[in-house]
Design a protein around this ligand. Sequence first.
Ligand SMILES: Cc1cc2nc3c(=O)[nH]c(=O)nc-3n(C[C@H](O)[C@H](O)[C@H](O)COP(=O)(O)OP(=O)(O)OC[C@H]3O[C@@H](n4cnc5c(N)ncnc54)[C@H](O)[C@@H]3O)c2cc1C
Length: 430
Amino acid sequence: MMNIPDSSNPRVVIIGGGFGGLSIAKQLKNRNFQVVLLDKHNYHNFQPLMYQVATGGLEAGTIAYPIRKVVQEHKETFFRMANVEKVDTFGKKVISDIGTIYYDYLVIATGSTNNYFGNKDIEKNSMVMKTIPEALDIRSLILENFELALQTNDEKVRRSLMNFVIVGAGPTGVELAGALAEMKKAVLPKDYPDLDLSMMEINLVQGTNRVLDAMSEKSSKAAAKYLKNLGVSIHLDVRVTNYDGNVVTTAGDLEFHSQAVIWSAGVKGAAVDGVNDAVDRASRIRVNDFNQVEGFEDVFAIGDVAAMYGEKFKFGHPMMAQPAIQQGELLAENLERLSKKQSLKKFVYNDKGSMATIGRNKAVVDLPKLHFNGVFAWFVWMFIHLISLIGFKNRMLVFWSWVYNYFVFDRESRIIVRPYRKKKGIEHGN
Ligand SMILES: Cc1cc2nc3c(=O)[nH]c(=O)nc-3n(C[C@H](O)[C@H](O)[C@H](O)COP(=O)(O)OP(=O)(O)OC[C@H]3O[C@@H](n4cnc5c(N)ncnc54)[C@H](O)[C@@H]3O)c2cc1C
């Protein structure tokens, strides 16, 4: 049972405590609503720094923040850790694994999930990085592969264990490839002096003709140059067709023998069951300019899961933190207007730009009217990520880890806390 007390204020149920869900919950703090926030995890996950957890640069706790702590001073906000199974829009209720809750207004902020485009082999055998446990799985796999590489006398197996194939050269793939390349240069030679690290390969495979293809050409070119200088092999216009746990096959002749394939080639909306008529081909929920789900006045979707089609964004806004935050902020205001029977304000996205880092001292930044890269871009990248983290302590811990790692050329968290091997049925050599 959820055990939420009755209130004279209208009840807003928010599904998801990510960037969008927390943004609206914070804005509703001093308004006349009872807020019930549901999430399957009890923490907010700062996804932009997850690749650093996966490569041992940061501890998982530094990029996670307890949702209860965010809302603890909100008078009429209740958090419940619950996995929402479906919504019943006729009965105005949300059904979860811990019980049912009625709403006056419903906000779906469930984010996105991995898209394997229907390929079950890739889903079963590759690694993904959407959640903290998944990032920790990648960390374990990387380290376990090196341990195994030391134990085998079969060169083919050893090469396969040390061949990292990253599918998808968006920001996640590029940042991960850069971090792995830095590990190869500075950390692994110290940890594995008896292993021939020239055998280690980092292959970045991209289906289109450039890396970071959602960013400017200038940033894309700079990122490709940085990656090549770090020893990453970039394969453009290559479509991966399968991965059976041992061999990555592509639409062309290229194939990779690898025991470490990371899939960052696709995401889709994590729509909840119950608003199915409004779900588009990318599993996002179609909303109007006020984030109202198609066909409803009292059901809203924000963030990655929401598809607000417009002239500029034909398939909806980019799946990034800023649209989610900005939609959450405006929706809080619109809910108040709705409850007062006032007209609603249209959402207009304020594009603040995008950025990616490629290893030490290098980043690319696209602002609406300015593109730059190099060391200054790297400082900007660090600053923006630090101030975006929730919690002073997390900011301090991340800052300290970065300073330490920078000067000592280290990645502290090279620990296999939770072995990953064979969890997904991957064979790791002999
Ligand atoms: C590795 C990685 C790196 C990224 N880097 C960047 C970056 O550098 N810059 C940038 O702008 N964006 C980045 N993004 C994208 C950004 O994280 C998302 O766009 C943003 O998180 C979207 O916010 P959201 O609120 O829609 O969803 P999320 O923040 O994903 O939150 C969704 C929440 O819903 C919860 N949830 C989902 N389903 C259920 C359910 N059925 N029941 C209960 N709870 C549920 C989840 O637990 C989660 O807490 C990155 C994403 C990834 C994966």
